[in-house]
Design a protein around this ligand. Structure first.
Ligand SMILES: Nc1ncnc2c1ncn2[C@@H]1O[C@H](COP(=O)(O)OP(=O)(O)OP(=O)(O)O)[C@@H](O)[C@H]1O
Length: 702
């Protein structure tokens, strides 16, 4: 399988994903609950505003022309039951809500009054206009002013500006608490929104922090075969990008979704309360909305998945190609690599465009439906205001509520994107977390004694990386404690594989590998690895200084031990010449050290850890002959009392080994020391001959 072929994982049901995602949020349920409570208060404050405006319009701006009750000043206390009383010329007046005006029987001593506006002048008429759409006109009858409306005639008294002001006074007074309330709702909503968003961010970031930690710990336990299958780029995307998508889910979506639901429910309730007819009219667009949302959900989900898969491929490709940029440039493969990149890039572009097109249809369509609802309101509500069935304030409030109703729907697209991205991210993360390391401790591990002897036995070992092509076939040998053993053989013979098996980077399929007589599968992994150090041809340096690279942050290794190890491999002198000595920082992958210097550092690292078993896999291949002689010399003393395994192509480096194991096509071909093998005149002899033929005459006896 091509490692770039990022899979579209569809292992989990959405409900499973949600349950697992919620499980991460569970420890923070108090915070989440607090956020939801805050969201509730914010919604109440938000929804109160249009209602306050409605009260201002209907109660005060249009309040002057409401039907009134009038009584003698002495009855003012009685009138106060209806609302604030205005006193004018020893008469008391009180406004009635439109519905109170339908009461036919008047309490005794009370009269109907209403202020009407005709040709820019206010008149107080003795009675109520028959309906709100009545158009009053002035008529004079025997010198007295009369007002005629819908065939009814009312006695009328013109009101002076001062008198109108008197009636307006309660409106001016009414605006003050309304204004303060309005301001309070704005301030409350703003402050609580600030608190809520910070709290949400905090919760989201903490959850994601935990997930990232879990991922990293999980990854560091994974077996080598997992890393063979998964390119680094992909894993990096998982830990950084996919977790960020989850953060969005926790900090933006979850609580806001609850908030949106409260808003929608709240608006529906308020609308039904204010006017059943207008509410039903506004809801007429909901079926269209449902169809639109259903369509959107279906298409965007697929588009999102595609886009994520392609992005992951692009990232993996980038990560791999940037690490290998030297090779690309050396072999002048830029054009070809660019073509491949361009292919991924344009696929991602197309996937992105598809998402954009879908969104660019959905959002305006929702907007259109919202405006359609408002148009219906204006048409029907407007006509009803004129008829007097609905007040202007209600229609005004409705237009606001419809807008507020559609706002969460408009941002639904965005949220849906976030949810989808998060779900895809969650799928990948859980898929990764569910992958169990294939190399684990056995159920009942056997602890090693404090002092490991270092005897290694291979008994009929069969091994394949992919369970098919045998790399090692029936390999058996024993290495006595403290012995130095060398592996030789052609490229691909299986030497490095043997090394990888000893520290259980991979597990074998058949046979057994034993350390001090215990099958290594029974030994706790960290105990096994603690007693083995490996020096490889390709040395990896971590960002940090030389000292930390030698001791790999192991606090048990003192500074003196680091220096001692460096001295043993003759690295000390060179390090002391560096500007900051052991504290010299190494750039990413230690670009400021030569290959040979890196290998020396790797030697020092292996020695500092004082392992019982030392493995050198082509460890001196990059070191010059002179330094190699010094290192060989050092090796002599280092390998004293330690089991040492050496893989080398240069036979000169392994002649002193106690045993040489000659590998050929995954099998042990010959075993013996240098002289025994030469005497056998077999495969080793031929190798030796090839390497030394031109340098010195053959000597097989000593
Ligand atoms: N990580 C891996 N995944 C799959 N196959 C592998 C892996 N590493 C090595 N192999 C295969 O195993 C076989 C033996 O490889 P190994 O590295 O053990 O040989 P070697 O004798 O050490 O060779 P060299 O002298 O070149 O280092 C090779 O055919 C190689 O293709």
């Amino acid at each position: 399988m091509n490692i770039h072929s990022e899979q579209d994982i569809k292992k989990f049901k959405d409900s499973q994903l949600l349950t697992r995602l919620l499980a991460y949020a569970l420890p923070y349920w108090k915070m989440v609950l607090l956020c939801i409570v805050l969201a509730f208060v914010i919604v109440v404050a938000d929804l109160a505003r249009p209602y306050l405006i409605k009260v201002a319009i209907d109660g005060h701006i249009n309040g002057l022309h409401k039907p009134m009750l009038a009584a003698d000043g002495s009855q003012a206390a009685q009138l106060e039951a209806y609302g604030p009383v205005t006193l004018m010329e020893s008469r008391a007046y009180v406004r009635l809500e439109a519905k109170d005006a339908n009461v036919a029987a008047l309490p005794s001593g009370m009269e109907r009054r209403q202020i009407v506006l005709i040709d820019g002048r206010h008149y107080m008429i003795s009675g109520w206009l028959p309906s709100q759409q009545s158009v009053p006109a002035l008529a004079t009858e025997a010198g007295a002013a009369r007002v005629v409306a819908d065939g009814e005639t009312f006695a009328a008294v013109p009101l002076e500006d001062g008198a109108v002001q008197l009636f307006r006074e309660q409106d001016y007074q009414g605006f003050i608490p309304l204004g303060i309330l309005f301001l309070l709702t704005v301030a409350t909503a703003s402050i609580l929104s600030y608190l809520q968003s910070n709290l949400l961010q905090y919760t989201g970031q903490t959850i994601i922090y935990n997930i990232r930690d879990q991922l990293f710990t999980h990854l560091s336990r994974m077996s080598m075969s997992y890393f063979d299958r998964n390119p680094v780029g992909r894993l990096v995307v998982r830990v950084t990008q996919d977790t960020e998508a989850l953060n969005q889910l926790y900090s933006q979506v979850v609580v806001n979704l609850v908030k949106d639901i409260i808003i929608l429910a709240g608006i529906v309730v308020i609308m039904l309360q204010l006017s059943l007819k207008l509410a039903l009219l506004s809801f007429a667009v909901i079926p269209f909305l449902a169809v639109l949302t259903f369509w959107y959900r279906r298409v965007i989900r697929q588009a999102q998945r595609n886009s994520r898969v392609i992005l992951s491929r692009l990232n993996s490709f980038l990560a791999e190609n940037l690490s290998g940029i030297r090779i690309t440039q050396l072999f002048i493969r830029e054009e070809r690599q660019w073509q491949q990149f361009d292919h991924h890039n344009s696929e991602y572009y197309r996937a992105g465009m598809r998402g954009t097109v879908i969104n660019s249809i959905f959002q305006p369509a929702i907007g259109f439906l919202g405006n359609l609802a408002i148009a219906l309101l204006l048409w029907y509500g407007g006509a009803n205001v004129i008829d007097g069935a609905i007040t202007f304030g209600v229609v005004y409030a409705f237009t606001h509520y419809v807008r507020q109703f559609f706002q969460p729907l408009m941002s639904l697209a965005e949220k849906y994107n976030q949810i989808q991205t998060a779900m895809v991210g969650a799928e990948r993360i859980f898929d990764m977390l569910d992958e169990r390391p294939t190399i684990t401790d056995s159920a009942a591990p056997i602890k090693l004694p404090k002092q490991v002897r270092g005897e290694i036995t291979f008994e009929h070992v069969w091994f394949a990386y992919n369970n098919e092509d045998w790399v090692l076939k029936d390999v058996s040998f024993t290495i006595q404690p403290g012995q130095t053993i060398a592996f030789v053989g052609a490229t691909g013979a299986g030497k490095s594989s043997i090394i990888q098996l000893i520290n259980r980077f991979y597990d074998i399929q058949k046979g057994s590998i034993k350390l001090d007589g215990v099958d290594i599968r029974e030994i706790p992994l960290d105990e096994l690895r603690r007693c083995i150090s490996i020096v490889q041809q390709d040395v990896f340096l971590f960002t940090g200084d030389i000292c930390s690279n030698i001791r790999l942050n192991n606090r048990d290794i003192t500074d003196d031990q680091v220096v001692e190890a460096a001295k043993m491999v003759h690295m000390d002198e060179f390090v002391r010449h560096l500007p900051q000595g052991y504290e010299t920082r190494l750039g990413e992958r230690g670009v400021n050290l030569s290959l040979g210097q890196r290998q020396l550092l790797s030697f020092a690292r292996a020695i500092a850890f004082r392992p019982q078993i030392l493995i050198l896999d082509e460890a001196t291949s990059n070191i010059d002959t002179e330094t190699e002689l010094i290192v060989q010399d050092a090796l002599h003393s280092i390998s004293e009392g330690r089991t040492t395994l050496i893989v080398a192509h240069r036979l000169s480096t392994i002649q002193h080994a106690d045993q040489i194991i000659v590998m050929h096509k995954g099998k042990v071909r010959e075993i013996g020391n240098h002289y025994q093998l030469l005497a056998q005149r077999g495969y080793y002899y031929r190798l030796y001959e090839l390497q030394y033929k031109e340098q010195k005459p053959m000597s097989t006896a000593k």
